[in-house]
Ligand binder design. Structure first.
Ligand SMILES: NC(=O)C1=CN([C@@H]2O[C@H](COP(=O)(O)OP(=O)(O)OC[C@H]3O[C@@H](n4cnc5c(N)ncnc54)[C@H](O)[C@@H]3O)[C@@H](O)[C@H]2O)C=CC1
Ligand SMILES: CC(=O)C(=O)O
Ligand SMILES: [Mg+2]
Length: 555
C-alpha cells in the first residue's frame, strides 16, 4: 500500500480532485469519484454474493486493512447483517481456523517465552497511547475451548465493536493475545499453527506471566483500560480479584455478561407476569459466565431489599455433575462454592429434568457451551412449572452460549415447545420465526443477550470519566442503564434489549451512566468543576460531551 493510502486516512474513491493532486494520488485510484453510500453499496454487493461467512469475514477484514472508515461505515450502518460476521457466530469459525486464514498481523502476540520483552513489545504497537485493550490467553474462546493463539480473533472482533458500538477511535484500540501454549491437540498437531507448540505451563507460571504483563501495560500505557476476555474460569476469577483494585480493568465474561443478563432480566420479569419476588432461577452452567451472571442478579435482589441469603436462595446452579450442593461429594471449584445449596436434605439431583422437577423454576439460563442441553422435555417442564403458577405467565429462557453451534436450544425450538409464550434471549443472533396457521401468521422476535450491549459502554465510560478503577457500581449501573435504553417501539414489540441497530445509542446511555457511577465512587479523575457543570446542565450536557469525543467514520 502506498504510504499516502494509509488505512486510517484512506477515503477510497471519495478523495476530491484537490486531495488527489495534493497527496499525489492521481492515477493510483480509479478516476471516478464516489460518495460513501456508493462505496458501501459495492461492498455490500460483494458481501452478499460471497459463498461462505468466512469469505465474507475475509472480505470485510480486507476492507478494514485498507480503508478503516469504509469498514466502520459498513458495520455501523448494517449492524444486524454484519455484526454476526465480525463477531459471534462467524468469529468462532475464524478462530478455529485462524492459523490457516492468517495473512497479516492485527494484534500484539506476546508469548510466555518473551517475558523479558513485554514492555518493548507493547511499545512496538504502531499507534500511540491506546485507550482500550482486550486481552485473552485463548484458553476458553467462546464455547470452543482452548484455542491458544488462534483465540486472537476475539480481541480483534471485540475491539471492532468497541469502535462500531461505542465510537472509540480504531487507532486507540489494542488487541492482545498472551501465548502460553495450548491444551488443544488439534492446534498442536497443525503444521500451520502460529502459537507456541507446547502445553500450558502451571497455573502459577501463567499467573507470573500475567503479573508481568499487567505491570508492563500499566507502565507503558498508564491510561489504558484493560478488558479480560475468554480466560478459562479459574484464571478469569483469579485475575479479576488480583488486579481489580490496582489496575483499570474488568472481566467481560464475568462482569459484562452479568450486567447484560441483568439488563435483560429486568425487562423479562416485567413481561413474564411472574412477580420478581416469585422468580426462581435455574442456571445450567456454573463457570465464569454462569457464576458472574448469578452474582450480578443477587446484587440486584439485595439492592431491592432482600438479604444476601434470601437473594442467593433464588438460584440453583447446575454443572456437568448436577445441582451444585455443599454435600455433593466432589471438590467444588472455588467459584462455585458461593452458590452451593445446603437445603437439599442430602439428596443429589443429577439431571436438569430432576432439578426442574425439584425447583419448579420460572427462568432457565444456559451458560454451558453445550449445544442442545435444553431439550424438548426440559423446555416443556419449564413451561409447565410456570403455567402451574397461574394463567398468562411466561417462562424466561436464555440459552446464552456462543457461538450458535453451542446454543442450549434454538429460537424456533423455544417458541414451539412453549407454544409461543417464551421470553427468549440467546448469546448469538437467531432469526425471527413465523408460525402460519391458515390465513394467520405470527412472527416471533428473538433477543440477543450478549455482552456487546454493555462492554463498549463500560469501556467508553471508564475512559471518558478517566476512572482509576472499574468499580462494581459502574458495572451494575451499566445493566440498569441498558434496561432503560429501550425505545417505545422496542417495548411495544415485547423486546428486552434494544434492537442491535441501536447498540450505538444504547452504548452512549451506558457510558454516560458508567461515568456518573465512577464519579459517585470517587474514581473519576476529571476536574470537579467539570462534574459541577454537568450537574447543573444534566444528562444532555454529558451526552453532548460523549458524542463530541466519539469516532464517526467519514469518507
Ligand atoms: N451471551 C454472552 O454474552 C456470553 C456467553 N458466554 C458463553 O457462555 C459459555 C460458558 O462460558 P464460561 O462460563 O466461561 O465457561 P466454563 O467452561 O467456565 O463453564 C461452563 C459450565 O457449564 C458446565 N457444563 C458444561 N456442559 C454441561 C452440561 N452438558 N450440563 C451441565 N453443565 C454443563 C460446566 O460444568 C461449567 O460449569 C460459553 O459458550 C460462552 O461463549 C460467555 C460470556 C458471555
Ligand atoms: C460473548 C462472550 O464474551 C463469550 O461468549 O465469551
Ligand atoms: Mg467472552
Amino acid at each position: 500500500m502506498a504510504a499516502n493510502l494509509s488505512p486510517f486516512r484512506h477515503k477510497g474513491l471519495s478523495f476530491t480532485p484537490e486531495q488527489r493532486i495534493s497527496k499525489n494520488l492521481t492515477g493510483l485510484i480509479p478516476h471516478v469519484m464516489e460518495d460513501s453510500s456508493k462505496q458501501c453499496e459495492r461492498a455490500l454487493k460483494m458481501i452478499r454474493t460471497r459463498g461462505t461467512n468466512i469469505d465474507r469475514y475475509l472480505y470485510l477484514s480486507n476492507i478494514k486493512n485498507q480503508n478503516v472508515d469504509l469498514f466502520y461505515s459498513l458495520l455501523i450502518n448494517n449492524a444486524k447483517e454484519l455484526m454476526p460476521l465480525v463477531y459471534t457466530p462467524t468469529i468462532g469459525d475464524v478462530c478455529l481456523q485462524y492459523s490457516t486464514l492468517y495473512t497479516r498481523p492485527e494484534a500484539l502476540y506476546i508469548s510466555i517465552k518473551q517475558r523479558k520483552s513485554i514492555k518493548t513489545i507493547l511499545k512496538n504497537w504502531p499507534y500511540p497511547n491506546p485507550e482500550i485493550c482486550v486481552v485473552t490467553d485463548g484458553s476458553r474462546i467462546l464455547g470452543l475451548g482452548d484455542l491458544g493463539v488462534n483465540g486472537v480473533g476475539i480481541p480483534i472482533g471485540k475491539l471492532a465493536l468497541y469502535t462500531a458500538a461505542a465510537g472509540i477511535h480504531p487507532e486507540k484500540t489494542l488487541p492482545i493475545v498472551l501465548d502460553c501454549g495450548t491444551a488443544n491437540e488439534t492446534n498442536l498437531k497443525d503444521p500451520l499453527y502460529l502459537g507456541l507448540r507446547s502445553k500450558r505451563p502451571s497455573v502459577a507460571e501463567q499467573q507470573e506471566f500475567m503479573d508481568e504483563f499487567m505491570a508492563a501495560a500499566a507502565e507503558v500505557y498508564p491510561d489504558m483500560v484493560v478488558q479480560f476476555e475468554d480466560f478459562e474460569s479459574e484464571k478469569a476469577f483469579n485475575y479479576l480479584d488480583r488486579y481489580r483494585n490496582t489496575h483499570k480493568c474488568f472481566n467481560d465474561d464475568i462482569q459484562g455478561t452479568g450486567a447484560v443478563v441483568l439488563g435483560g432480566y429486568i425487562g423479562a420479569v416485567n413481561l413474564s407476569g411472574v412477580p420478581i419476588e416469585e422468580q426462581r432461577l435455574v442456571f445450567m452452567g456454573a463457570g465464569s459466565a454462569g457464576v458472574g451472571v448469578a452474582k450480578q442478579l443477587v446484587e440486584y435482589y439485595t439492592k431491592r431489599g432482600l438479604s444476601e441469603q434470601a437473594a442467593k436462595d433464588k438460584f440453583w446452579l447446575v454443572d456437568t455433575k448436577g445441582l451444585v450442593t455443599k454435600d455433593r461429594g466432589d471438590k467444588l471449584a472455588e467459584h462455585k462454592k458461593y452458590f452451593a445449596r445446603g437445603d437439599n436434605n442430602g439428596h443429589q439431583f443429577r439431571t436438569l429434568e430432576e432439578v426442574i422437577e425439584y425447583v419448579k423454576p420460572t427462568a432457565l439460563v444456559g451458560l454451558t457451551a453445550t449445544f442442545g442441553v435444553f431439550t424438548e422435555s426440559v423446555v416443556r417442564a419449564l413451561k409447565a412449572s410456570v403455567d402451574a403458577g397461574g394463567l398468562g405467565r411466561r417462562p424466561i429462557l436464555f440459552p446464552l452460549s456462543n457461538p450458535l453451534s453451542k446454543a442450549e436450544c434454538t429460537f424456533e425450538q423455544a417458541v414451539t415447545w412453549t407454544d409461543g409464550t417464551v421470553i427468549f434471549a440467546s448469546g448469538s443472533p437467531f432469526s425471527s420465526f413465523t408460525i402460519k396457521a391458515g390465513d394467520q401468521a405470527i412472527t416471533y422476535h428473538p433477543n440477543q443477550g450478549n455482552n456487546v450491549y454493555v462492554f463498549p459502554g463500560i469501556g467508553l465510560g471508564a475512559i471518558l470519566a478517566k476512572a482509576s478503577r472499574v468499580t462494581d457500581n459502574m458495572i451494575y449501573t451499566s445493566a440498569a442503564a441498558l434496561a432503560g435504553s429501550l425505545n417505545a417501539d422496542e417495548v411495544h414489540k415485547g423486546l428486552i434489549y434494544p434492537r442491535i441497530e441501536r447498540v450505538r445509542e444504547a452504548s452512549i446511555i451506558v457510558a454516560r451512566e458508567v461515568m456518573k457511577a465512577a464519579r459517585r465512587d470517587g474514581v473519576s479523575q476529571l476536574p470537579e468543576e467539570q462534574w459541577l457543570t454537568w450537574e447543573e446542565w444534566g444528562d444532555p450536557a454529558l451526552d453532548k460531551y460523549i458524542k463530541e469525543r466519539i469516532y464517526d467514520p467519514k469518507l
